[in-house]
Ligand binder design. Structure first.
Ligand code: C5P
Length: 228
């Protein structure tokens, strides 16, 4: 932690995709780059917070002044998040795989000319919901993300209620979103912030501008250090 409006606070951020192993050389993944989550961690550190960033596999440098915990799978991410608590604010920007292979083969699966292998799936833990619904040690402000391709606000509002988080940062990841090149992996984002009070539409901006705005909004909502 350093000087600034978030001095003395612990901010926990998840970022990136998860990799779910199938066998020693294969995994299930998604297109998340980690750019938005890493930008949020950097902005929180710049505002003086102590920041723990729990990140899946990404091709990004560690943000300055942030403690980075690298994980691969959803289950590892949940364990790292729980180990990092308590936190004042938790921001779940990671694109966690919904499913993993029901069984992980201990040896590489062989193409033997016989029947095709089948991939049985099982559900991963929902990290955001698990932390947001904690009775003891729940962070004071829990923020989730919602990437949707249609009915963005309605789905995000339902997600906020279902998961029990305080805010949802919702974005449209469809090809029609208006972001050239797309949101996933791109450098810009257009989001809506969904809180108990309603919906704020933010203008299209770079992922670092969206991060700075989210951190400013957190500071405004939680008050300066002296009032805690
Ligand atoms: O349900 P959905 O995946 O759309 O929810 C997205 C939000 O939930 C994101 O904040 C994401 O980080 C979080 N999430 C999670 N663990 C999961 C699935 C999603 O923390 N297994």
């Amino acid at each position: 932690g350093g000087d600034g409006p978030l001095k003395g606070r612990h901010v926990l951020v998840t970022s990136g995709p998860t990799h779910e192993p199938i066998d020693p050389v294969r995994y299930i993944a998604n297109r998340s780059s980690g750019k938005q989550g890493h930008a949020i961690a950097a902005a929180a550190a710049q505002a003086g917070a102590r920041v723990t960033l729990v990140s899946g596999p990404v091709n990004l440098p560690d943000p300055f002044g942030v403690e980075v915990c690298r994980v691969e799978s959803a289950r590892e991410m949940l364990a790292a998040v729980e180990a990092a608590l308590p936190a004042d604010v938790a921001i779940f920007a990671a694109a966690v795989a919904d499913w993993r292979a029901a069984r992980e083969a201990s040896e590489k699966m062989k193409k033997d000319g016989g029947a095709l292998p089948t991939l049985a799936l099982t559900e991963n833990p929902d990290i955001l919901a698990t932390i947001a619904q904690r009775v003891e040690g729940r962070p004071g402000l829990v923020i989730g993300f919602a990437a949707e391709t249609q009915n963005v606000v309605a789905y995000a509002q339902a997600k906020r209620a279902r998961k029990g988080c305080d805010w949802i940062v919702a974005n449209d990841v469809s090809a029609q979103s208006g972001i050239p090149g797309g949101v996933m992996g791109g450098d810009s984002n257009e989001v809506r912030l969904i809180t108990e009070a309603g919906v704020e539409a933010w203008p299209p901006a770079s992922k670092s501008e969206v991060a700075a705005r989210l951190i400013a909004r957190i500071i405004a909502a939680t008050g300066p250090e002296e009032t805690r």
